[in-house]
Design a protein around this ligand. Sequence first.
Ligand code: HEM
Length: 461
Amino acid sequence: LSPDQIESAESPGISEMSFPFSAAAAIPLYPLISGLSAFLLFCLTLQLIKSAFCWRSKVQKLDEEFPGPPRHWLLGHLREFQANEYGLAKFLEALPNHPYCNPVFFGPFPFFINLVHPDYVPMLSGLLAHVAPKMDKVYGFLRPWLGDGLLVANGNKWYRRRRLLTPSFHFDILKPYMKVYNTSAQIMLDKWEKLCQSGQSVELFEHVSLMTLDSLLKCAFSYNSNCQTRSQTEIPYIKAVYDVSHLVTNRLIFVPHHSDFLFSFSPSGFRFRKALSVLHTFTRSVIQKRKESLAHLGQPCHSKLSRCLESMSGRKYLDFLDMLLATKDDGGNGLTDEEIENEVDTFMFEGHDTTASGISWILYNLAKHPEHQDKCREEIQEVLQGRQEVEWDDLPKLEFTTMCIKESLRTHPPVTMTWRTLTKNVELPDGRTIPEGTHVSIGIFAVHHHPAVWEEPEVSQ
Ligand code: HEM
């Protein structure tokens, strides 16, 4: 091409090149955006249809392999799954038709498989913690309160802490505290004596909770709170425990609140944070007081626990909190302040609430069965021989009373369910397989009332 030709060839070229841009600027954006939106909507609809088919075939497979009690097409078993007598009764109603295990649906989705037969429980409870870690949906709701304390922790965290804290679960650890239990119980009985004189009815659970908290604080944390005799406003801890437990249970049942975001902006989330602040303030003050007393007694201990306890407090036993402060793993690492706080929160809650529930139900059952109550009283009077206080060596002699306590724990267990998530396929005794990723629970209440074990499960035996 000659330079002239190049020039004449370039100019239309340049103008052609620039044409599309100016033309695009001339096209209104609206049809482009609406076209794109329609396409996106189409893709989304396809995806939804695919997910719906996937979900349907998954549910059909689950229904075939693990048939369960009838459910609402949209709500699933949410109407039946309630944290009260009604909810527990519904579990028992399902037992004759589904005696081994059954899925529980939250909304249209299966949420967990509930194991209800005693033969199926060892399968789950025998699994190692890393094969069946605690289900994050449930236990994670407690994390803002209990952190990674033993009840909530999973994996290596759990193993490490469990190893450090196993001595605190030894039965003999309770031995030196008989005096504390006797004194705490006497304070409660004195209060009841006065209340009964005025003819008032008494809400037992509140009083028993204060009594178990009083004992726990003295035994585990060397903390004399006088919580039984002080007014409720001075010890708001019990009410805060009640509020948090209630809010966590409701959160489990109200599926939108499974989202941390939605829960934290809801009124329940607000109440939850308020109660947490009460709980954490209380535990921090208990830890702080103990640290201050230990500082008066001597330096923090880095020797073996047994020597440490004697030098710290001159006693032959170590309080749980002292052990938390002094304990070291093989690498010589102790617990951080946050870990100590988590364990104090955990033991404070687990230690007083479960026992308060257990004792309240025992009293209820003894009231319902005066003939058993009389027999317990006779047995205790015979063993105590006029003494006012129960001693450690008396306990094995109280055979009938122990049977009544155990029977009440069977009919009214303080913890009614536990939850795990399977990280592997697990085979059931009947050959069926629960796939990896499934949430599984042990239905403690249902197992305790299973007609395969008890002819008349509702009758106290
Ligand atoms: C009648 C009284 C009690 C009952 C019925 C009871 C029941 C239970 C149950 C069923 C679990 C398993 C929870 C799960 O895995 O989801 C558990 C765990 C636990 N309990 Fe208790 N408990 C009682 C008393 C206590 C006391 C007095 C303490 C402490 C002072 C305590 C501390 C704990 C702790 C720390 C865990 C977590 C253990 C771990 O995961 O390694 N419990 N309890």
